[in-house]
Design a protein around this ligand. Structure first.
Ligand code: ADP
Ligand code: MG
Length: 698
């Protein structure tokens, strides 16, 4: 058996009770698990100070000397053990409030000690509370340097396994490891990035002689962690691409060219051009496209989708576009039909509410290939929907569609169609490389020219009257207004009450017949919802009071004001999505964030970020900092973002290099057969097996 898989109870200093706790509380079963229990921070023990020279600027001190006397003071709760500790320059007090008995019995007045701790200054005297205490001859031989601080649990601490106890266990473990840790990277990569060997990195991550050594070790382990994930994701992608031949959409023909030359009303932005080129490169060969298109709200993804679908048509294929709601599907259908009205292209729509008779006819025309572009909702996934030859699928607003649903679309054909997934939720690059590492990614990072920047204001209740006056002005200018209330599951009832009260007070301020106010919320029947939405879309109502049901995609260019109530309760990306509902027309638009007077610091950061920037990618970066990757992506449970040491917030550079190396390596050694990659191959095999469970193939 490999040393690393030795059960933890065999380690000196562990024993059955501690072993049980280590397993239970820290999931440490083997030597390897202990070795992989990395410190979460470090303290520098490289200096020995002299007592007389300590001042308040020094945050940690280490002295060498003897305990000359100790005594217990106080009773019960205030009971403490005080030891006088002396070096050649002076004297301080060491103080313990806990484990007094045990410490007292272990102190030896004849021996020289190293004490380490955070000094507190009290009436001109220095003392150390609960210092680390080491007899010099016992202490690890290279005691100087950076020592790891470990997370532990209450139960473990009671059994002597606080951070320090754990570090002693690791010190016991290290002598067994000499030459027993297999290298997992190739010499080429280690040389190129000046990475230390795995063996050294794993030891020095616990105990480093200086900061430089520690940082080298951290870099090595982070690189390794990110490298193997990227290797896995890219390999998955390559295998899929090789396995699934796509339909080659090899030429641009009449449809694409006619639309582009005669009907496209604007010049494409450079970002749109770049993305269309990327898509074109994907689909023109025997490769099945799986591309994620990220672009902020209003960046013009629809035209990219349309041009891509025309590529399919030009090669004799059908295309479809799927939207998450009926309203959005309807909007796409209307605008695509409008765009293509002078061209000879058959466009149709399929949603859940389509009447059976016309549905039957639609299916027939879909199967015989008459319908060239089909717009729809989830209804497209139904088994009865069969295409004649579906060449390309566009999925709009990806986050509402699960992986399984995408897989379903695939099966509608002999070969899987090309897939373009579009999302308006910008994701920081580090995250998208990880979560969507097996998809190709295109980014539209530029808005069409001439957009007026939405003005964002943060206001509290005391400004209510001003806001109402402002709303009247806007309505007089024939603009429309959204007012959004939060909806958070746990308190749905309360939220509903807020919404209805809000609605009532809006109606009071904006009464019939002069004003029309709509309300839409989750507890309404969907037909009623649609009815109210449509009234707003077609300009019949001035104000739409709603919960976040309107968040996704609705396009009402005439709406110029978005008022968000209790804005501090919304997440950043949601606020950004909501704001994206306005600013779609020619007029200046506004977003008003209403908050209570008491807002948490995090809430303040969110609102301030919204006021400061309209850039979705910048907002996503802040969001990532505030919430962390798992929460941000709602993928906490999937495990893909559970890194041991890498941190997507700070390790973007390492990630980029790791991805590049993985990419280049797989280009000429997809099976990892080259002798130079032997270490990588050996490590990768079990790694891949473990990951198989949650590999995400769209
Ligand atoms: P989204 O990316 O949010 O789906 P849309 O595709 O709905 O954005 O585009 C938003 C608006 O911008 C639409 O009215 C569209 O016609 C317009 N638009 C898109 N691209 C351009 C461009 N290059 N120049 C001018 N207007 C554009
Ligand atoms: Mg859109």
């Amino acid at each position: 058996m490999h040393v690393l898989s030795t059960p933890i109870e065999y380690l000196k200093g562990v024993g059955p009770i501690r072993a049980e706790l280590l397993r239970k509380d820290l999931r440490i079963f083997t030597y390897e698990d202990l070795l992989m229990h990395f410190p979460f921070r470090y303290v520098d023990k490289s200096n020995i100070h002299s007592i007389s020279s300590v001042n308040e600027e020094i945050s940690y001190v280490q002295f060498k000397g003897k305990i000359v006397k100790f005594e217990e003071k106080g009773a019960k709760r205030s009971k403490r053990l005080i030891a006088r500790f002396r070096d050649s320059s002076g004297e301080i007090e060491l103080i313990w409030f806990k484990s007094i008995k045990w410490i007292k019995s272990s102190i030896n007045l004849d021996k020289e000690y190293l004490v380490f701790g955070k000094p507190s200054f009290f009436g001109g005297k220095v003392n150390l509370v609960h210092p680390d205490l080491d007899v010099i001859e016992d202490s690890v031989k290279d005691f100087r340097g950076l020592h790891g601080v470990y997370s532990s649990t209450e139960k473990l601490i009671n059994k002597g396994l606080n951070s320090r106890g754990l570090s002693k266990l690791i010190a016991n473990l290290i002598p067994f490891l000499q030459n027993s840790i297999d290298e997992s990277l190739s010499d080429i990569i280690m040389k190129k990035y000046k990475l230390p060997r795995k063996q050294d990195a794993l030891i020095n991550i616990h105990l480093s002689k200086d900061l430089k050594e520690l940082e080298r070790s951290q870099k090595r382990l982070k690189f390794e962690e990110l490298f193997f994930l990227q290797l896995h994701l890219i390999k998955t992608k390559i295998i899929r691409n090789n396995k699934f031949i796509g339909y080659p959409l090899s030429h641009l023909g009449e449809n694409f060219n006619t639309y582009f030359k005669n009907h496209l009303k604007f010049e494409l932005t450079n970002a749109q051009k770049k993305v269309i080129k990327e898509i074109r490169l994907d689909v023109k060969n025997n490769k099945q496209m799986n591309r994620l298109l990220q672009g902020d709200v209003g960046s013009g993804k629809t035209v990219v989708a349309l041009l891509s679908m025309l590529m399919a048509l030009d090669n004799g294929f059908q295309a479809c576009i799927m939207a998450p709601t009926e309203i959005l599907a309807q909007q796409h259908f209307t605008s695509i039909s409008e765009e293509l009205k002078e061209m000879n292209i058959i466009v149709d729509i399929l949603t859940g509410s389509k009447k059976t008779k016309s549905r039957r006819e639609l299916i027939e025309n879909l199967e015989n290939g008459k319908i060239q572009i089909l717009v729809g909702t989830h209804a497209l996934l139904e088994d009865y929907v069969k295409f004649n030859n579906l060449g390309l699928v566009v999925i709009d607003e990806q986050h509402r569609f699960g992986v399984a649903q995408r897989a379903k679309l695939w099966k509608k054909n002999k070969f899987p169609p090309h897939i373009l997934v579009m999302t308006a939720t910008p994701i920081p690059r580090t995250l998208s490389m990880t979560i969507y590492g097996d998809l190709d990614i295109s980014i539209i990072d530029e808005l069409p020219p001439g957009r007026k920047v939405i003005q964002t204001l943060w206001r509290s209740d005391s400004s209510r009257l001003n806001i109402i006056r402002f709303m009247r002005e806007q309505i007089n200018l024939e603009r429309q207004i959204y007012i959004v209330f939060p909806l958070i599951d746990e308190s749905a009832k309360l939220d509903y009450k807020n919404l209805i009260e809000g609605y009532d007070s809006v109606v009071r301020e904006f009464p019939l017949p002069e004003f029309q106010v709509s309300v839409v919320h989750g507890q309404m029947k969907s037909a009623d919802k649609e009815y109210e939405m449509n009234r707003f879309v077609s300009g019949l109502t001035n104000i739409m009071v709603a919960t976040t049901v309107i968040e996704v995609g609705v396009n009402v260019p005439n709406a110029s004001v978005m008022i968000i109530e209790s804005a501090e309760r919304f997440g950043l990306s949601q606020l950004h999505q909501l704001r994206g509902r306005v600013g779609r027309g020619a007029s200046q638009s506004y977003c008003v964030l209403m908050s209570g007077n008491k807002v948490s610091n995090e809430g303040k950061t969110r609102l301030k970020t919204m006021v400061d920037t309209n850039d979705g990618f910048k907002i996503a970066e802040v969001d990532l900092k505030l919430r962390g990757p798992g929460d941000m992506m709602g993928t906490k449970q999937s495990g893909i973002l559970d890194f041991k040491i890498a941190d997507l917030l700070t390790d973007g550079k390492i990630l980029a290099f790791a991805r590049k190396e993985a990419d280049e390596l797989l280009k000429d050694d997809i099976e990892l057969l080259k002798s130079e990659n032997i270490n990588i191959a050996r490590f990768y095999r079990p790694y891949a097996r473990e990951r198989m469970g949650w590999s995400r193939i769209s």
